[in-house]
Structures are given as structure tokens and as C-alpha cells.
Design a protein around this ligand. Structure first.
Ligand code: ADP
Ligand code: MG
Length: 236
């Protein structure tokens, strides 16, 4: 059974002449241990896709299944339960609470997410993300890369089976962006998560097992050959 299944999923915003078909009919399957990249221009529907996968947004039609649970037919209470248990979000703006130290932001999750990490697992997470030395600091004391590592720690705190990252490297320089991507790769392989990363940065797709291109709400797989051509066409 696939961890994630989308069957005939569509999303439109608005109605009448203002109607926008942000996501055209989409079928998509993803397994454990897969790192998947989604690239595509601004406004093409990437965030819409990710929000639907994560149960933050309901599709106009179609079904989203997460570990066999149909998100689309669940009520909001069940959806948020599935979301908390199964999904870790990493957003571009790294959603840290400005007035809480790093350790307090993580402790807060113990309450919200019933802290299902053991002490040993938590220490391992801090070590993997290299944030043990940052626990007493506040977001404003952290560099962009450190902030993004803390945001990833928050996303991983509940041992999610699916990690969804919307342009997680957008605010980072190339070296930090590569670091964050190799971290996603390590977590995906070690913890066998299903990880979907939306990115503008075509150089990062080399880290990924599968790559999709979103254009005008249509999601298409990018073949390896195309991938090489696109990378070759990029000067760096
Ligand atoms: P991307 O993440 O690739 O930039 P989005 O998923 O944010 O694309 O947007 C896809 C399309 O849907 C765009 O045309 C955008 O303007 C439109 N859109 C996104 N969110 C809304 C919304 N809440 N209401 C109306 N239109 C929206
Ligand atoms: Mg977006």
C-alpha cells in the first residue's frame, strides 16, 4: 500500500469568471523512503498541491488517502488528528514562534503532539540536525540556516510518515540549501518517510528519487534525461 495516494484530485478557487483551476485532475502515488521534488514556476499550483496532500486544504473533487485513511471524507477533527500524527510541515518562513526559545518551541509540541519521541530519539534528532547548541537561543539569534534546521526539527518532532516542505531553502544561500536537502535525504532514507519538497532551485533535484514539474496545475513526471538537460542548461 502506498503511503500517499491522490485519485482524480482537482482544486479550483473562486467561481464564475474569477474561477482559477489551480490543480487539474491529478493522480499521484508515493511510497515510504521516497524523496520527491516538485519544481515549476510561481503560480503553477505547487503550494495548492502540497496543502491538499497535507489536509490543510480540501480538494474540489477527488480523494486523498494517507496510510489508507481517506482525508477527503474525514471531518475536520479526524483530518487534524491525521495531520498531527502523520504529517510534518516545513514552510519557507520557517514558522518559529519569535518569543520562545528553541527548546520551549519544541516542548510546546510535547503537549500538542503528545510527544511520541523518547528522550533518546529526541537527543538523536538534535544531533542529526545539529541544534543541541541552539536550544537556549531565540529565533532572532539564529542564522537563516539554523532557523530552517529548527523548523525541520519541529516538523520531525512527531515522527511523521510524510514530510511536506514548501520552498524550504528559499531563504538560504547555496551551501545551506545543499545542507538542508542532504538532511531531507538522510531523514527520508533513515526513517523511511515520504518526503515531498517544492523548490525553485533546479540544482537541488539531484538529491531526489523522483522529480515532477508543475505547469498551470498539471503535474508531470520529469524523466532522468530531461533532468540532466535541465541541469546542463543551468550555468553553475
Ligand atoms: P505556487 O505555489 O506554484 O506558486 P499556488 O498553488 O500558490 O502556486 O497558486 C496556484 C494558482 O491558484 C495561482 O493562480 C494562484 O493565484 C491561485 N490561488 C492560490 N491560492 C488562492 C486562493 N486562496 N484564492 C484564489 N486563488 C488562489
Ligand atoms: Mg507556493
Amino acid at each position: 500500500m502506498a503511503v500517499l495516494e491522490l485519485h482524480g484530485v482537482k482544486k479550483s478557487y473562486g467561481s464564475g469568471h474569477k474561477k482559477v483551476d489551480a490543480l487539474k485532475e491529478t493522480h499521484f502515488l508515493a511510497d515510504r523512503g521516497e524523496l520527491i521534488a516538485i519544481i515549476g514556476p510561481s503560480g503553477s499550483g505547487k503550494s495548492t498541491f502540497l496543502s491538499i496532500v497535507g489536509g490543510l486544504l480540501s480538494p474540489t473533487s477527488g480523494d486523498v488517502m494517507i496510510n489508507g485513511n481517506n482525508l477527503t471524507v474525514s471531518n475536520e477533527k479526524e483530518r487534524s488528528k491525521i495531520r498531527l500524527k502523520e504529517i510534518g510541515f516545513v514552510l519557507q518562513a520557517s514558522n518559529l514562534v519569535p518569543f520562545l526559545s528553541v527548546s520551549n518551541q519544541l516542548k510546546l509540541l510535547d503537549k500538542v503532539k503528545n510527544g511520541n519521541l523518547s528522550k533518546a530519539e529526541r537527543d538523536q534528532l538534535y544531533e542529526d540536525l545539529d541544534i543541541a547548541g541552539l536550544l537556549k537561543k531565540y529565533p532572532s539569534d539564529l542564522s537563516g540556516g539554523q532557523r530552517q534546521r529548527v523548523a525541520i526539527a519541529k516538523a520531525l518532532y512527531s515522527n511523521p510518515s510524510i514530510i511536506l516542505a514548501d520552498e524550504p531553502t528559499a531563504s538560504l544561500d547555496s551551501d545551506r540549501a545543499y545542507e538542508v536537502m542532504s538532511l531531507f535525504k538522510k531523514i527520508t532514507k533513515q526513517k523511511k518517510t515520504t518526503t515531498i519538497v517544492v523548490t525553485h532551485d533546479i540544482r537541488l533535484i539531484d538529491y531526489c528519487d523522483r522529480v515532477f514539474n508543475m505547469t498551470d496545475g498539471v503535474l508531470l513526471a520529469v524523466e532522468r534525461e530531461d533532468k540532466r538537460i535541465q541541469i546542463a542548461g543551468k550555468s553553475h
